[in-house]
Design a protein around this ligand. Structure first.
Ligand SMILES: NS(=O)(=O)c1ccc(C(=O)NCc2ccccc2F)cc1
Ligand SMILES: [Zn+2]
Length: 262
């Protein structure tokens, strides 16, 4: 799996401050101004091929909860879209607010969503490990999907049911046979794409972002379970609820956001 080896201690929301990022001119997240995005007719449809058997565990890393996949072979892959190479799924996670009024990292024309899903992939045509790819220009590809509050998401419920077992930071439970394709919107042909960064430390500028135009719907109660998670470990005496784990928007610095649709 891609990040379990790292204690992501610096990933505390306090890091939202002005971190000195070397040459940080392609930071994420950003506000996507729809009318300023540029249609690129060369952009292809996304091709995801996820094997539910590669799902390994779900854990609380003190910043979000991650579902990690076995990324030692090309079993769960992403290609197409803006990508030239094949990318391997290593994990997915979410960002959310303390209320339904905010929580997403990206916004569209300043519209905030209550939460955002990130499916993290690394370029397995060029690199042999996530840790290598994360340091390279287009080493990573992250699919962003906005969540809206509405009807219950049946596929998400299996995830939601596992959360009470990982309430505290650094808790892990086995999780298998989950196909993250069920979390993608019906239409994955319409997306925005731009070159950016990780939205948590080390904020490396190695991500081809692919942000879906169509959102998915989850119920109010399902989101409430996200907010029952804790930033803090079982040993700590003051428990802090895991909410508002999103980064503030970053300057575009002249970047162009391309769209696959007009
Ligand atoms: N929110 S996001 O932009 O989608 C995002 C995706 C992955 C990471 C990550 O893997 N960090 C750990 C990490 C970073 C660098 C090297 C090794 C690591 F494990 C952080 C943020
Ligand atoms: Zn993320």
């Amino acid at each position: 799996a891609c990040s379990s080896k790292y204690v992501l201690s610096q990933m505390h929301p306090m890091w939202q401050g002005p971190l000195a990022i070397p040459g940080g001119d392609r930071q994420s997240p950003i506000d996507i101004i729809a009318r300023k995005s540029v249609l690129d007719t060369e952009l292809k449809p996304l091709v995801t091929d996820y094997d539910p058997d590669t799902c390994q565990q779900i854990w609380n890393n003190g910043y979000s909860f991650l579902v990690e996949y076995d990324d030692t072979t090309d079993k769960s892959t992403l290609k197409g879209g803006p990508l030239r190479d094949k990318y391997r799924l290593c994990q997915f996670h979410f960002h959310w607010g303390e209320s339904n009024a905010w929580g997403s990292e990206h916004t569209v024309d300043r519209k905030l969503f209550p939460a955002e899903l990130h499916l993290v992939h690394w370029n397995s045509d060029k690199y042999s490990l996530f840790e290598e790819a994360v340091m390279e220009d287009n080493g990573l590809a992250v699919i962003g999907v906005f969540l809206k509050v509405g009807k219950r998401h049946e596929g998400l419920q299996k995830l939601v049911d596992a959360l009470p077992a990982i309430r505290h930071k650094d808790s892990v439970v086995e999780f298998n046979r989950f196909n993250p394709a069920c979390l993608l919107p019906a239409n994955t042909d319409d997306y925005w794409t731009y070159h950016g960064s990780l939205t948590t430390p080390p904020l490396t500028e190695s991500v081809s972002w692919i942000v879906m135009k169509q959102h998915i719907e989850v119920s109010h109660d399902q989101l409430a379970v996200f907010r029952s998670l804790l930033f803090t470990s079982a040993e700590e005496d003051v428990q802090k609820s895991m909410v508002n784990n999103f980064r503030v928007q970053q300057p575009l610095r002249g970047r162009t956001v391309r769209s696959s649709f007009s």
